[in-house]
Ligand binder design. Structure first.
Ligand SMILES: Cc1cc2nc3c(=O)[nH]c(=O)nc-3n(C[C@H](O)[C@H](O)[C@H](O)COP(=O)(O)OP(=O)(O)OC[C@H]3O[C@@H](n4cnc5c(N)ncnc54)[C@H](O)[C@@H]3O)c2cc1C
Length: 366
């Protein structure tokens, strides 16, 4: 194994695992106070929730796919997954070893993604061509990705036949019934066919015949389909490390109010991978990153542990965009849909804001 010791050391080595919403921000916030190593299987950070727009408008991805080096100018980027953690080191898939004084785990959910930004841009172009050349499109999964993709296609390609199949009793199970109903009605108004409580057998179409059978025996003809089912947490590998006892039954890392992983004083976890009882959202993952980095800076400077910042979950807010103008938004005491909540998210999908938080021009393409 190749040992990569940092030059500066001195108790200031921070390894961040995962360059998604939380990990990118944590690395950016720490880079001038510590010796940061960011470990991620891909060379770029992606604004995850903008991916559906990029499928109908590939050039949109120019601002949403950002090479890690653009916002992490004063740190090391390692393009390989973390595969092991010891009390002092992180091991990556390519066999390199990185010593740490502080560790931030921000691995979120698993996904198989291209390694380079250029490959990912080409991927969106190919998805777009696929949609464009199809008369009918089937979307499997009625969570936020499935609903947002169905809406993007319905708005940009109103002549396509879009079918959304979901195995649960209602769309958007992570929000309340009211928000789910509003999304359902909106999609229906755009002529999206919605099939609930059924699974589709993707192997049921024979060569040349693009007709799929559902668990209730219905048939769906689709020239192409997209799988938008939920992704598992990226914590399976942690079960084989010394942190296995810090995982709960659902594979989430158990953290205290300072976002330190159970049983460890110098290991923090942030974002979707934590066991905090709250909605899993990117704006929340960013709050975690701010609290954890503040705490690391305090500990690095020899500050008193009693002064560590605490993270307290706030009210749950969720906005699901419905094409370029509309959205359905769930606030603590109000659920609304249409173009007024659409003004919050649907035009830019928080891309400018997310870039700005990482010190980047909101509008410039990379
Ligand atoms: C369709 C959709 C719409 C959404 N809309 C919104 C919205 O409007 N607002 C909002 O706030 N949130 C939204 N979300 C939720 C938001 O995307 C997530 O909450 C957020 O991405 C979580 O951030 P994270 O950093 O924890 O994980 P992620 O962003 O998933 O990042 C995890 C990173 O870890 C890396 N990784 C995984 N395994 C390893 C490993 N072994 N070693 C190293 N790196 C690893 C991955 O490659 C990835 O880069 C939406 C989600 C979806 C699906």
């Amino acid at each position: 194994m190749e040992r990569k010791e940092s030059e500066s050391g001195n108790g200031r080595r921070v390894v961040v695992i995962g360059g998604g919403i939380a990990g990118s921000l944590a690395s950016k916030l720490l880079q001038f106070d510590s010796d940061v190593t960011l470990i991620d299987p891909k060379e770029y950070f992606e604004i995850t929730w903008a991916s559906l727009r990029s499928m109908v408008e590939p050039s949109f991805a120019e601002r949403t796919l950002i090479n890690h080096k653009k916002y992490l100018q004063n740190g090391r980027v390692v393009t390989s997954p973390a595969v092991n953690i010891t009390n002092t080191e992180v091991v990556t898939g390519d066999g390199a070893v990185f010593g740490y004084d502080y560790l931030v785990i921000a691995a979120g959910h698993t996904d198989v993604l291209p390694k380079t930004r250029q490959e990912k841009l080409s991927h969106y172009q190919a998805e777009y061509e696929k949609i464009k050349s199809s008369e009918s499109v089937m979307i499997v999964g009625g969570g936020p990705s499935g609903v947002e993709l169905a809406a993007e296609i319905a708005v940009d390609f109103p002549d396509k036949k879009v079918t959304l199949v979901h195995n649960g009793p209602r769309l958007l199970e992570f929000v309340g019934q009211k928000a789910a109903d509003k999304a359902f009605d909106w999609l229906k108004s755009k002529k999206v066919e919605i099939i609930l409580n059924q699974r589709v057998d993707l192997n049921s179409a024979t060569d040349g015949d693009k007709t799929y059978r559902t668990s209730e025996g219905e048939t769906i003809h689709a020239d192409c389909y997209f799988l938008c089912t939920g992704k598992p947490l990226a914590s399976e590998w942690i079960k084989g490390t010394g942190l296995r006892d810090s995982l709960d039954g659902k594979g989430r890392l158990i953290v205290d109010e300072h976002l330190r992983v159970k049983g460890r004083k110098n290991v923090f976890a942030v974002g979707d991978i934590t066991d905090i009882q709250e909605m899993k959202q990117g704006y929340i993952a960013e709050k975690h990153a701010s609290v954890a980095t503040r705490n690391i800076k305090l500990l690095m400077s020899g500050g008193n542990e009693r002064k560590l910042s605490s993270y307290k979950p706030g009210p749950d807010i969720a906005i699901v965009s419905l094409g370029r103008k509309d959205s359905v938004a769930q606030f603590p005491f109000l659920t609304v849909s249409g173009c007024v909540p659409g003004l919050i998210k649907s035009k830019d999908l928080f891309v400018g804001k997310t870039r700005k938080a990482r010190g980047l021009d909101p509008n410039l393409v990379d």
